[in-house]
Structures are given as structure tokens and as C-alpha cells.
Ligand binder design. Structure first.
Ligand SMILES: Nc1ncnc2c1ncn2[C@@H]1O[C@H](COP(=O)(O)OP(=O)(O)OP(=O)(O)O)[C@@H](O)[C@H]1O
Ligand SMILES: [K+]
Ligand SMILES: [Mg+2]
Length: 701
């Protein structure tokens, strides 16, 4: 009877990147549907209340309305000398309109996948009938929406779990594919830190459970997930706000620049019409980044979601990009974590039978996978319980005491735990300390295993070897992080030797052994005091304070509710190494935003120098028209067409992110200034010349 196996199995398979990719493929949503919906949404976003949130594009929107007015009445701002002003103004209005619409479209496409995902999640939310347990044990059938926090519910194979909850009794397998996209069933059982929480909307496929409801209807995990993936509550991140302000200020500066032009134009007797001034303004203000900014942010959150990680805010994803230090658990994060009893090592002249017997007694109340595996090994060695366990009492394991055990009816105390902890226990009872213990402890630790000493009162009987191995491939991932300038720190409650062996094997930069839950917080605080941004993963209730303290806290979906609530991200696959992918996505988000901002501003400067000469060229300053553009009108139209088309042209880049390489921030900055800055200066000259030739050829201007 290996009850732990199914959990471990599904846990391990989730680590394989190929599987993860498959899960992502499964999540691939009908792209055609997304585009069709985005086309419609791009029109809805023209509504001024929505439009004003983006100051740069709002300026363009107002410009569109003014040129529309001038198209309808060409003499609106005084008599014009233009030939055929209505055609030119009409075309201009169209281009300006599409500039705004393309920006809306970019945002709508970015939102599309999340909306589709939200729809899929909503379909799991049908009201069900729940079997509510009254305190005296009777069952009544109630609608799932009437359940409240603290209610106890009975669920049996085939039922949809009616609400989020903690398992308080039973072992069962649950199909969580509704949220994880992963079809392998997950084992749920009471008492375990990593497998005791269930999510409303998932389905129990074998056995039965009693759960205590932890969330009122409408406030459960799937409800929160829907709001998050849909982006309904998405607020701008501080970085986005800062950039939006910068872009608005730039727009204001260009507004002044353009406003001074009529005076110069008057001086050289080359008057400029209002529509041309508007066109010039739009060409100069940073419309490219203004139009793509929010799409970049949404796409970043979406990329995280495609990795089956739910971020509670865009800010969390962004913070990932700035992370300097990664704090990781040893057990289950760096190692496979299915620590099972491998061997009993008797010491102090005791026999194997004796150690097995004492270890069995010490573990009869221990619900952890470690405890259960000790019971199994002891029973395999022939140990049997020869008293009524109800007459004994449990001493629960805590990460602080690092021991657990059983108090017997006759007053005797059986304990097992970290060697140091058991030594302390024995010492306080004047027990003897032997070098034999140290030998056994060293032997287990040097293999990277966890040694647990077992004792009866003041007498140590032997050592239990809990075996664990480092996850394959983790070393390369840490090396990759190091190249990105991210330091990794392993934290473990285990002893110094085991910790150093595992740290060495996994290639982490630093480790802290015999760490208490408080140590986790203090490590994070210490790094933060040095001005560093810290990311960590965790699953236990113990981890909740540290998850809240970290700048980026990623909770495992299998973890406790407390951990999930404290974190700003939840990994649906419960794969702690995914933090590494998330950090990469965050970095990529920041790089993409920086690159496109550089490109956009470089573009605007180039456009200025491409069109201004043509405008004044009319005043017999033909030598200024270095690009030899056909006319003022064709130059203005070409610049604006380029300005509009560059937005949809860059949508794929904004959504996918610029290609990411594990380089340090400095190396990346240099590289991007070169590519996007220089590229941004050159591209408009070439594009405007080509468009000018084309529209001249078709006789538009
Ligand atoms: N069920 C248990 N009963 C008795 N002692 C235990 C039990 N589980 C763990 N221990 C001991 O307590 C120590 C601390 O456990 P804790 O869970 O805090 O850390 P860990 O699991 O070793 O490492 P990590 O922090 O990486 O998960 C363990 O190294 C082990 O020596
Ligand atoms: K522009
Ligand atoms: Mg642990």
C-alpha cells in the first residue's frame, strides 16, 4: 500500500519541460476567435472614457475629430488655399482614425487570450448540489452557492468539488485539469502540507473526502483566477505609470514645438494648414510605444499564464524582471522531495528490530510522507505495535522543534527528529552521547540524505536514513540564472552536512542549513536591506510570512490556502523550478518595453527630420528637401501612414517579447540601444521614401 506514490508520480512528471510544453499547447486557444473579438473590442475602446487613460493616443483621437471637422468644412479655420482639401483631409482623418484603432486592437489582442481562458473557466462554474455535513453527522443536500466558510462537506467519487477547502478526512484522487490543464489525477489527503487543499470546480475521481470550506461562493480560487486572467482589475504598474507620464510630457513638448511652427512658416511665407499641423504632431508624439505599452504588459502576464502560473498583478510579473536573489527550499524544490525511509542504522548496541520498533512507535501519529514511509519500512522489518494507540498521544512535528513522536500511557517518551534536536532532548534527560551517533549521522548526510535520530526517553536507538536526490537538470538552470546576474540561495531545515552536499551537487551560490521558518524571513529581509529584490517559492503554511515578505512570492497550487493567499503568484503545476522561467519572463517584459520605447522615440526624431524640410521646401528652400519627397502633402501622408502601420507591425513583437538571452542588464542595455535606437533612427527615412513613391505613383498626393 503505497499511498504516497500517485502524488509523487504526478509531481515528478510535471517537472519534465516536454510535459509543460504540452500543457501549454493544450491551453492554446482559438486564435481566429481572439482576432475577431479584438476587431470588435478595438471599436468599443474608442469610447472617450476608456481612451483618455492613454494620453498619447487620446491626443491622436482628438486630432482625428478635428481633421474630420475640417474635412466636412474645409474653411472651418479660415479660408484655405489648398487644392482639393477635402480629399487630403479625408485621407488624413482615415489614417489618424486607424492609428487609434490599431493601438486599441493591439491591446484587445493582448487581452484576448485571457478573456478566452476566463470563458473556459467560467464554464466549470455551474451550480452544483453539495452534501453538507451537520455537526451531528447528518448529510443534507444544498446548492453549492449556499456554502459558507467553515462548513463541512462530504464529497465522493464523481462529484464536482463545490468550493475551495482543506481536506479534513480521507484520501482521494482529484482531477484538477479544469485549472491546470493536466490530466493526471492528483492525490489529496488530510494532514499533508502539500496535498490537503482542494479547489472548487475540480472533480473527485476516486474514494471520498470530507472537506472544510475555506472560501465563500464567488471568492474561490477559480473566481479569482477568472478576474486575473481576464485582466478586469488590471491596474497600471508603477513602471507603466511612470512611462505614461513621461510619454505625456513628451507629447506636451511636441505640442509646443508644433505650435511654434506657424510663426516660422508665416515668416518664410509658407503657411501650414491645421490638418498638416495635426499630422505633424501625431507623427512626432510617441504613438508607437503609447499604442503598444499596455499590450506589452498584458502579454507579459499572459506569458506567465501560459506557463500555468497565475500572477495576481502585472506588478508581480514586472518585479520578476528585477529580481537579484532567488531563495529556494531544498526539499521538493531542489531535490525531488519524496524523502522516504531507506534504512535504519542501529547504534549503542541496539538491534535492528529494536530500532524498527522504536521508529514505528515514534511515527504512528506522523501523517507526513516521511512518517508514513518510516512506518512502512518498520513493518517490513517485522515491527508490530503491541499496545492500543488510543492510549498514547501524538507529539506533532514542527519545523521549530525539528522532532515528532509519541507519549506513551506509562509516561515514556518516544521521539524522532533532526540529530541535533534529539541530542538536545536526550541531553536534557541526562542521556549518554556516543561517537557512534556521529558516524551514522555523517554517513547519511554525506550522501545528501536526511538523518533522523530515534530515541526512547534518554536512550538513542539509531538513525533513520531518509533518502532524497537532486532534480536532474537543476544545475544547468542555476548556471543560467547566474549568467543573468541572479544569485541563488538554498534554505533548508536540514543539517549542515546534508545541506552542503546538496548545495554542491545542485550548484547554488549559497545555502543556509538548520533554518527555521523565521530564518526564511530574515534572509529575505537582509537581502532587501541591501537593496535587492528577492523571489521565493514555498508551499507550507510556514512559508506564508516569507512569501508575503518576498518581492515575488510563488506559491504551489498543492500548497496550503495560507501560502496561496500570501503569494503574488500561484503555480498550477506546483513546480518550484518554474520560478526560473518566471524570472526570465519578467526580464523579457522589461527588455521589450525598453526596446520598443527606444525604437518609438528614435522613430519620432527621425520623422521630424524627414518631414520638416519638406514643409519649408515649399518656400523655395528646395535644398532642404534632402529626401526628395514629392510634396508637403505626400511627405505628411507618408509619415503618417508609416506611423500608423508601425503599430500593427510591432504587435507580434510586443506580444511575444523581444528575443531573450541570459545576459546581464548592462550587456542587454548596450545591445538594445544599438539595435532599437539606431534601427529606429534609420527605418522611418527608408519607409517614408518608399511610401512617398507609392502614393505618388497612385496619384494620391
Ligand atoms: N516528520 C518528521 N518528524 C520528525 N522530524 C522531522 C520530520 N520531518 C522533518 N524532520 C526533521 O526536521 C528537519 C527540519 O524539517 P523542515 O521541514 O523544516 O526542513 P526540511 O524539510 O529538511 O528542508 P526544507 O526547508 O528544504 O523543506 C528535517 O531536516 C528533519 O531532520
Ligand atoms: K509618432
Ligand atoms: Mg520541509
Amino acid at each position: 500500500m503505497n499511498q504516497v506514490a500517485p502524488t509523487q508520480k504526478s509531481k515528478n512528471t510535471k517537472l519534465r519541460p516536454s510535459d509543460r510544453r504540452q500543457a501549454r499547447k493544450k491551453a492554446k486557444i482559438n486564435n481566429k476567435g481572439i482576432y475577431l473579438r479584438a476587431i470588435k473590442d478595438a471599436f468599443i475602446k474608442l469610447n472617450p472614457i476608456a481612451a483618455i487613460k492613454n494620453p498619447v493616443m487620446f491626443v491622436v483621437w482628438i486630432g482625428t475629430l478635428i481633421t474630420l471637422a475640417v474635412t466636412i468644412d474645409p474653411d472651418l479655420f479660415g479660408p484655405t488655399q489648398q487644392r482639393n482639401p477635402q480629399l487630403f483631409n479625408g485621407i488624413l482623418t482615415g489614417i489618424l482614425f486607424f492609428t487609434v484603432w490599431f493601438a486599441n486592437f493591439a491591446e484587445a489582442v493582448a487581452e484576448g487570450r485571457g478573456k478566452a481562458q476566463a470563458d473556459a473557466l467560467r464554464s466549470t462554474q455551474a451550480e452544483t448540489i453539495a452534501k453538507k455535513l451537520a455537526s451531528e453527522g447528518s448529510i443534507s443536500e444544498v446548492p453549492s452557492t449556499s456554502l459558507r466558510q467553515g462548513d463541512n462537506v462530504y464529497i465522493v467519487a464523481g462529484d464536482i468539488i463545490p468550493a475551495d477547502g482543506e481536506v479534513i478526512m480521507g484520501v482521494a484522487s482529484v482531477d484538477e485539469s479544469a485549472i491546470t490543464g493536466e490530466s493526471a489525477p492528483v492525490l489529496k489527503e488530510s494532514g499533508s502540507d502539500v496535498a490537503s487543499s482542494v479547489t472548487g470546480g475540480t472533480r473527485i475521481i476516486s474514494d471520498e473526502l470530507i472537506i472544510r470550506v475555506t472560501a465563500d461562493p464567488g471568492k474561490g480560487f477559480i473566481d479569482r483566477m477568472i478576474t486575473l486572467v481576464e485582466g478586469a482589475e488590471r491596474s497600471k504598474t508603477p513602471n507603466e505609470v511612470a512611462l505614461t507620464v513621461l510619454l505625456a510630457v513628451l507629447s506636451l513638448i511636441f505640442l509646443f514645438v508644433v505650435a511654434t511652427l506657424p510663426a516660422f512658416a508665416y515668416y518664410v511665407q509658407s503657411p501650414i494648414s491645421i490638418p498638416v499641423l495635426i499630422a505633424l504632431l501625431v507623427a512626432l508624439i510617441p504613438t508607437t510605444i503609447g499604442g503598444l505599452l499596455s499590450a506589452i504588459g498584458i502579454a507579459g502576464m499572459d506569458r506567465v499564464a501560459q506557463y500555468n502560473v497565475i500572477a495576481t498583478s502585472g506588478r508581480a510579473v514586472e518585479a520578476c524582471g528585477d529580481v537579484n536573489t532567488l531563495v529556494l527550499d531544498k526539499t521538493g524544490t531542489i531535490t525531488l522531495g519524496n524523502r522516504l525511509a531507506e534504512e535504519f542504522i542501529p547504534i549503542n548496541g541496539h538491534s535492528m528490530q529494536e530500532v524498527a520498533y522504536i521508529a514505528l512507535i515514534a511515527s504512528i501519529f506522523d501523517d507526513t510522507p516521511e512518517g508514513k514511509s518510516i512506518v512502512r519500512l518498520a513493518e517490513r522489518l517485522g515491527a508490530r505495535l503491541d499496545f492500543d494507540p488510543s492510549r498514547a498521544s501524538a507529539v506533532e512535528f514542527s519545523a521549530k522543534t525539528r522532532m515528532s513522536g509519541t507519549n506513551l500511557a506509562n509516561g515514556r517518551e518516544v521521539r524522532k527528529g533532526a540529530v541535533g534536536a534529539i541530542q538536545g532532548f536526550v541531553r536534557s534527560r541526562n542521556g549518554r552521547e556516543t561517537p557512534e551517533l556521529d558516524t551514522a549521522y555523517q554517513r547519511v548526510s554525506q550522501q545528501g540524505g536526511t538523518p533522523l535520530a530515534v530515541c526512547l526517553d534518554q536512550e538513542i536507538y539509531g538513525v533513520i536514513y531518509l533518502k532524497d536526490i537532486v532534480k536532474p537538470g537543476i544545475r544547468e538552470r542555476f548556471a543560467q540564472l547566474r549568467r543573468m546576474g541572479v544569485r541563488t540561495v538554498m534554505l533548508t531545515g536540514d543539517n549542515h552536512i546534508t545541506a552542503s552536499v546538496i548545495a554542491q551537487e545542485a550548484g547554488v551560490d549559497d545555502f543556509i542549513a538548520e533554518a527555521t521558518p523565521e530564518d526564511k524571513i530574515s534572509v529575505i529581509q537582509k537581502e532587501q536591506a541591501e537593496g535587492k529584490l528577492v523571489a521565493m517559492t514555498g508551499d507550507g503554511t510556514n512559508d506564508a510570512p516569507a512569501l508575503a515578505q518576498a518581492n515575488v512570492g510563488v506559491a504551489m497550487n498543492t500548497g496550503t490556502q495560507a501560502a496561496k493567499e500570501a503569494a503574488n503568484m500561484v503555480d498550477l503545476d506546483s513546480d518550484p523550478t518554474k520560478l526560473i522561467d518566471i524570472v526570465s519572463i519578467g526580464k523579457q517584459l522589461l527588455i521589450t518595453r525598453g526596446a520598443l520605447t527606444t525604437f518609438s522615440i528614435a522613430n519620432d526624431i527621425a520623422k521630424y527630420f524627414a518631414i520638416i524640410p519638406v514643409i519649408f521646401a515649399a518656400a523655395n528652400l528646395q535644398s532642404l528637401n534632402i529626401m526628395n519627397l514629392t510634396s508637403t502633402n505626400s511627405a505628411v501622408l507618408s509619415a503618417l501612414i508609416y506611423n500608423a502601420l508601425i503599430i500593427p507591425a510591432l504587435i507580434p513583437l510586443a506580444l511575444k517579447g523581444v528575443k531573450f538571452r541570459p545576459l546581464t542588464a548592462n550587456q542587454l542595455l548596450k545591445r538594445n540601444i544599438l539595435i532599437y535606437g539606431l534601427g529606429g533612427l534609420i527605418a522611418p527615412f527608408i519607409a517614408i521614401k518608399i511610401i512617398d513613391l507609392l502614393i505618388t505613383a497612385v496619384g494620391l498626393a
